[in-house]
Ligand binder design. Structure first.
Ligand code: FAD
Ligand code: PYC
Length: 417
């Protein structure tokens, strides 16, 4: 990595970034790869990295229709936690958490993983019973967690309105100290740089427009810029566009695409050093290192591929945050945006073989996949390398919707969908 003095920085800014080193190559695609990953978000890039690092498979292309990490990876609010209820999900997200804990060192790239803790508030007796049950389950799975009462919450966030006078008084919370946030762009860039260094081709501004399927097996993809590219195996990691890609391959996935919005305030001095989420008033907030309050809530109810969202959701979200933090009522909101999330009926992902031989899908992460990025890439790489599901991925087969073995994580999802 190059270091510049203040003068050097100014000179490079004025010279339109001349002589800056590329962080990854801009390769011309080969005719054929061992593995093609469709989708250059965090999950696709992590998959490519672990394919190369852990399985020695480096003849790999990641094909991205826009720029790397420009989808939901760029649009999310970066909450990382592993406090899911059911064993299958808890094991998967805790696998990711352990990888997060060594990720900056592993990638030699600072992903700014900050374990500042996450509070999931309870406002009713039923909330508190659910929290107790989830924390017990977490502990049995070796995942850190505590049940806090109102006083315990107030000690962690003194400026939150925990009085008994509010419409939905805070009765307590689950508290996961190892949870926190990470820098979303850095995660994509770190995985991209590391994958590139193993020889993985990162092909941007190239859309997969069809699948090439012969005798029930995929043999390549059609692209809008580079024609046909062949591959022995293809992994689709395209989040909100998963239904579109599945249709190209001739099957359907039980997914709905919805806008999910977030907004950030003007930067303010450091005031909130943890993450607060509330299902009941339904909003969540953290503060970025830059000082912005990072705010969000549930999905927009309608299906769509728009990356914007509707106004009533913003109004509701801001009202929820002000209910918890009246002190924020005079902070101005700076920006708002949306991503396209792919929601599954049981609020759990699909990491799976498909009816088409050698074609695999990793999708359905919905509102909560950022936290899974390294774990998802890690188990999907193993699945692609071996042609059969990694043990942690096995429960997340798409065929669970045929035999009914669903894993309902709506309660722990933290965000309504
Ligand atoms: P993406 O980053 O969307 O990558 C998929 C890529 O596929 C895109 O870059 C897209 O351009 C590409 N693509 C699509 N179709 C094609 C094609 N035909 N050809 C080539 N490329 C294609 N999760 C959390 O854990 N914590 C949070 O706090 C959180 N907050 C969120 C807040 C918002 C507002 C949103 C929208 C999401 C949030 N999420 C959160 C969810 C999280 O962002 C996603 O689950 C995760 O980023 C998905 O990563 P991905 O790599 O699978 O998808
Ligand atoms: O899954 O924790 C989560 C989350 C927070 C905000 C959006 N998703």
């Amino acid at each position: 990595m190059q270091h510049y003095s203040g003068f050097g920085l100014l000179k490079h800014a004025l010279s339109y970034h001349e002589n800056w080193q590329r962080v990854w190559r801009n390769p011309t695609p080969k005719k054929k790869y061992d593995v093609i990953i469709v989708g250059g978000g965090g999950h696709g890039l992590a998959t490519a990295y672990y394919l190369a690092k852990e399985h020695g498979i480096t003849n790999v292309a990641v094909i991205e229709k826009g720029y790397l990490g420009g989808g939901n990876t760029a649009r999310n609010t970066t909450i990382v936690r592993s406090n899911y209820l059911w064993d299958e999900a808890a094991h998967l997200y805790e696998h990711a958490m352990k990888l997060w804990e060594g990720l900056s060192q592993d990638l030699n790239y600072n992903v700014m993983f900050s374990q500042r803790g996450v509070l999931n508030l309870g406002h009713t007796l039923q909330d508190m019973r659910d929290i107790q049950r989830r924390v017990n389950a977490n502990r049995l799975n070796g995942i850190d967690g505590e049940v806090l009462d109102t006083k315990g919450v107030q000690e962690i966030v003194p400026m939150m309105d925990c009085s008994a006078n509010t419409r939905y008084p805070v009765l307590g919370a689950s508290w996961q100290p190892r949870a926190g946030v990470a820098r979303h762009d850095a995660v994509a860039w770190g995985f991209a740089r590391a994958a590139d260094s193993y020889g993985v081709d990162l092909i941007q501004q190239t859309e997969v427009v069809d699948m090439i399927i012969e005798d029930g097996a995929i043999v390549g993809v059609k692209t809008n810029r580079h024609g046909d590219i062949k591959a022995d195996r293809v992994g689709c990691v395209v989040a909100g566009n998963s239904g579109v890609l599945a249709n190209m391959a001739g099957f359907e996935l039980p997914l709905e695409s919805h806008p999910l919005q977030a907004l950030v305030s003007e930067p303010i001095k450091p005031i909130l050093d943890t993450v607060v989420m509330s299902n009941h008033v339904h909003g969540y907030v953290s503060q970025s290192d830059k000082g912005d309050l990072v705010i969000g809530a549930g999905i927009d109810g309608y299906n769509g591929y728009g990356q914007r969202g509707s106004y009533p959701t913003i109004e509701h979200t801001v009202a929820a945050i002000i209910e918890l933090f009246p002190i924020f009522s005079r902070v101005r909101m700076n920006r708002q945006w949306g991503g396209i999330v792919d929601t599954c009926p049981d609020a759990c992902p699909i990491i799976s073989a498909t009816p088409v031989e050698n074609l695999f899908f990793n999708c359905g992460w919905g509102t909560g996949g950022f936290k899974a990025t390294p774990g998802s890439g890690n188990v999907f790489a193993a699945t692609l390398a071996k042609g059969e599901a990694h043990p942690l991925a096995k429960p997340f087969s798409m065929f669970r919707f045929y035999d009914g073995s669903l894993i309902d994580e709506h309660g722990a999802a933290g965000v309504a969908h």
